[in-house]
Write a protein that binds this ligand. Structure first.
Ligand SMILES: NC(=O)c1ccc[n+]([C@@H]2O[C@H](COP(=O)([O-])OP(=O)(O)OC[C@H]3O[C@@H](n4cnc5c(N)ncnc54)[C@H](OP(=O)(O)O)[C@@H]3O)[C@@H](O)[C@H]2O)c1
Length: 315
């Protein structure tokens, strides 16, 4: 099969498309013919070995110290079941599914082998491209806003970095849960985040957050330019600071009303997000869709730090 592979860490062009062996699903796994896979900020971080301050060593222990242990990136994907392992009862060949592969990665390929309990059924109303784009940012936004801050009716939420993969989901989910949403983005994306449901937009090039005297019940930072101290200044008395990007030091120091860390990948969350997308409650913002052979262009776009929503490749 064809897969995007990389033999070393580095810029986008370390990735190339090559013929590799098709994965063989174990008894509890499903072999999926990938129709779409997201190229995410996490893929870009791993490829470039660029991690938040202090995470370089732990990340290299996970992904390969000198060179990538897993040559094919990609976690969030959608596709069609090709074959199921002997102990898999819930899925059959031909089923449309989507999921996330966690640290195993491997989704930037024609086929991926995934544990059956990491898969959700893809509703017909959601395209493969939308499903692949939705899961990465959607699960992160759900984890921080719903699970860690209890965002609900009457709460106020600030999303710093509102136009990326996590941000576009965060704005819509906060709104869906009944919150009032303030979005921080650039002028170019003001119209988009307003359409997604932001009640107020702050242009980070203008006054930015330093000038605001407002206080919020939840502050979600997906840019990485808030510290624990600067983020806390934006909180209401019951407010929670949610650092989706944090240094190792801030991650260790995060307690009480400060939350940092990695969001989990749960099928129940995939199902909820897919249902909301199928019902038109949230839309999946797709910036670019590339064929797998143009994956270097996809990585280049992600590396700008200015993608709008999601980038997807079609193997
Ligand atoms: N903790 C976790 O579990 C977890 C999970 C997923 C992601 N993350 C992290 O979250 C971060 C964001 O991920 P993502 O996939 O959403 O990134 P992304 O899609 O690449 O986000 C890019 C967006 O950030 C905006 N942006 C850039 N500079 C900004 C600024 N100063 N203020 C406000 N917005 C700004 C850009 O908007 P403009 O074009 O308008 O500048 C762009 O739309 C990454 O660092 C990723 O590693 C953490």
């Amino acid at each position: 099969m064809l897969a995007a592979v990389m033999d070393r860490y580095g810029p986008p062009d370390v990735v190339r498309v090559a013929e590799v062996a098709r994965p063989r699903p174990r008894a509890d796994e499903v072999l999926v013919r990938v129709r779409a896979a997201a190229v995410t900020s996490a893929d870009s971080r791993i490829r470039g070995a660029r991690f938040p301050a202090g995470f370089g060593v732990p990340a290299r222990l996970a992904f390969g110290i000198v060179r990538p242990r897993r040559p094919t990136l990609g976690s969030s994907f959608a596709g069609v079941v090709e074959h199921v392992g002997s102990r898999v009862g819930d899925f059959a060949a031909g089923d449309e599914v989507c999921g996330m592969t966690g640290v195993k990665l491997g989704a930037h390929a024609e086929y991926v082998a995934v544990r059956a309990d990491r898969l959700a059924r893809k509703p017909a109303e959601v395209t493969h491209e939308e499903a692949a784009g939705l899961l990465f940012g959607g699960t992160t936004a759900l984890f921080f806003l719903r699970d860690k801050a209890g965002v609900g009716p009457g709460t106020s939420v600030l999303v710093n970095g509102a136009s990326g993969a996590v941000g576009t989901n965060a704005v819509q989910l906060a709104r869906h849960f009944g919150a009032t949403v303030t979005a921080v983005t650039s002028a170019a994306n003001t119209e988009l985040v307003t359409k997604l449901g932001a009640d107020r937009v702050v242009d980070y090039a203008d006054d930015g957050l330093g000038a605001t005297s407002e206080r919020f019940d939840a502050v979600l930072d997906v840019v990485g330019n808030l510290s624990i101290a600067s983020g806390r200044r934006l909180l209401s008395a019951k407010g929670v600071l949610l650092l989706a990007v944090a240094s190792l030091v801030d991650t260790i120091r995060a307690r009480g009303n400060v939350v940092a860390g990695a969001s989990p990948e749960r099928v129940a969350d995939f199902d909820l997000l897919l249902r909301l997308a199928a019902d038109g409650e949230i839309v999946v913002v797709l910036d670019q869709i590339h064929d797998l052979e143009h994956i270097v262009d996809a990585h280049r776009r992600v590396d700008t730090g200015h993608k709008v929503g999601n980038i997807v490749v079609r193997p």
